[in-house]
Design a protein around this ligand. Structure first.
Ligand SMILES: NC(=O)C1=CN([C@@H]2O[C@H](COP(=O)(O)OP(=O)(O)OC[C@H]3O[C@@H](n4cnc5c(N)ncnc54)[C@H](OP(=O)(O)O)[C@@H]3O)[C@@H](O)[C@H]2O)C=CC1
Ligand SMILES: O=C(O)CCC(=O)C(=O)O
Ligand SMILES: [Mg+2]
Length: 421
């Protein structure tokens, strides 16, 4: 079978039977996880299609391996490959704290304009959880992936440029609220209408397609009024303008309540729900983080900005069993470009030990197969993973919390997933 490129036409992917899929192995635990995951993906495709379809893997470099081999952390050839082949997958890449290179993960998302980070959070039967009813947590996070403080526009105290920024703020803009101006560093948080609208549109399209009941805009708009507050307002406006016949928003609720009273607003919402409309609502981020523990069933699809999405992803992953089983995708729905990756990082203390859970990358691979339209292969992965967990043959993260479980290495768990397909 000859290898071919995935292409896109009129917003639809054309997926050949042997698509070239660029992959980054990743830093830290990345190589262990990738090696196990790649085998699971290949086995699922082989079993689903009996050789009629095959993933043609193409390794591309990023992170430490790229630096060692090319002197660059993120070579242009890697970006070119993701641009050319459209759909790829990656292991985690290390980002130093407080200095050094900026995040390569963020750079990939920004340079390829992968504006939506989609992280489904669902519980697999038998996975140990810190809450009593983990099955009530069934959410899909749509995290804006290119803006916010992740733009990396910041100035370190004492460095060139910081004085200029401070002078501009204080002298030209009349800012008098910088508590310790002599020792302050500064950061900028850009949130745009375009960025918000394309993210919320993607989340709403997903909500409609999946028949989910609600979309919640998570923000800290009470404090950051013109960035996070604007996200909320632009989100509601977009929902009403483009999906008016399919949604009922809490902005509409407020307008009805103000004009005709709360009873009328409650009735309008109940009527909308009865008519199968999607409820578009919002919640302030700190309240959301407590309600995902106390009332998780009230939330379904979540749309939020970059930093909130990062925090919320790990918090929700913990509820359904932790970061070892938390997949994700970075997608641009217009260009068709996508890179699938786990929510977790490189877990450096476990690097090279063949120890950590490959579940997040395996499930990210299943998301990739679904994105390609290879649902049969994705379903085999869900079946295999459920089977391995059901047999209580799991990696350390689950084994330490499960009674009567058998401890497996990363590679052994991968093989166990394949066995149960
Ligand atoms: N997209 C990406 O590539 C990401 C990269 N990073 C980067 O990764 C590096 C390390 O970040 P850190 O904050 O330590 O976060 P990590 O997610 O790498 O690790 C934190 C903890 O999560 C648990 N964990 C992580 N991965 C797994 C796994 N596969 N199976 C089971 N448990 C797992 C471990 O918990 P325990 O100790 O309880 O065993 C680990 O100590 C940083 O440089 C960071 O920037 C971070 C997030 C995403
Ligand atoms: O890029 C990084 O190192 C961290 C990214 C991260 O935590 C995330 O995307 O969830
Ligand atoms: Mg994170």
């Amino acid at each position: 079978m000859s290898e071919q490129k995935i292409t896109i036409q009129d917003g639809e992917l054309n997926v050949p039977n042997t698509p070239v899929i660029p992959f980054i192995e990743g830093d830290g635990t990345g190589p262990d996880i990738w090696s196990a995951s790649q085998k699971v993906l290949d086995n699922a495709v082989e079993k689903a299609y009996g050789g009629a379809k095959k993933l043609a893997w193409k390794e591309v470099l990023a992170g430490q391996k790229a630096f060692d081999q090319t002197g660059e952390w993120l070579p242009q050839a890697t970006l070119d490959a993701f641009n050319e082949y459209l759909v790829g997958i990656k292991g985690p890449l290390t980002t130093p704290v407080g200095g050094g290179i900026r995040s390569l993960n963020v750079a990939l998302r920004q340079k390829l304009d992968l504006y939506a980070c989609i992280r489904p959070v669902r519980w697999f039967d038998g996975v140990p959880s810190p809450v009593k009813r983990p099955e009530l947590c069934n959410m899909v996070i749509f995290r804006e992936n290119t803006e916010d403080v992740y733009a990396g526009i910041e100035w370190m105290h004492g460095e060139e440029g910081t004085q200029k920024v401070k002078d501009f703020l204080i002298k030209e803009m009349g800012v008098d609220k910088i508590r310790f101006p002599e020792t302050a560093s500064f950061g900028i948080k850009p949130i745009s209408k375009e960025g918000t609208e394309r993210l919320v549109r993607s989340a709403l399209e997903y909500t409609i397609k999946q028949g989910r009941p609600s979309l919640t805009l998570v923000h800290k708009g009470n404090i950051m009024k013109f960035t996070e507050g604007a996200f909320k307002n632009w989100g509601y406006e977009l929902a009403e303008r483009e999906y008016g016949d399919k949604v009922f928003t809490w902005a509409q609720y407020d307008r009805i309540a103000e004009k005709d009273g709360k009873d009328a607003a409650n009735k309008a919402q109940a009527d909308a729900e009865a008519a199968g409309k999607i409820i578009v609502k919002d919640v302030i981020a700190d309240a959301f983080l407590q309600q995902i523990l106390t009332r998780p069933a009230e939330y379904s699809v979540i749309a939020t900005m970059n930093l909130n999405g990062d925090y919320v992803s790990d918090a929700l992953a913990a509820i359904v069993g932790g970061i070892g089983i938390a997949p994700g995708a970075n997608i641009n729905y217009v260009t068709g470009r996508a890179i699938f990756e786990a929510t977790h990082g490189t877990a450096p203390k476990y690097a090279g030990l063949d120890k950590v859970n490959p579940g997040s990358v395996i499930l990210s691979g299943a998301m990739m197969l679904e994105h390609l339209g290879w649902q049969e292969a994705a379903d085999l992965i869900y079946k295999g993973l459920s089977g391995a967990i059901g047999a209580k043959r799991v990696t350390y993260d689950f084994e330490r919390l499960m009674e009567g479980a058998t401890l497996l290495k990363t590679s052994e768990f991968g093989a166990e997933v394949s066995k149960h397909m």
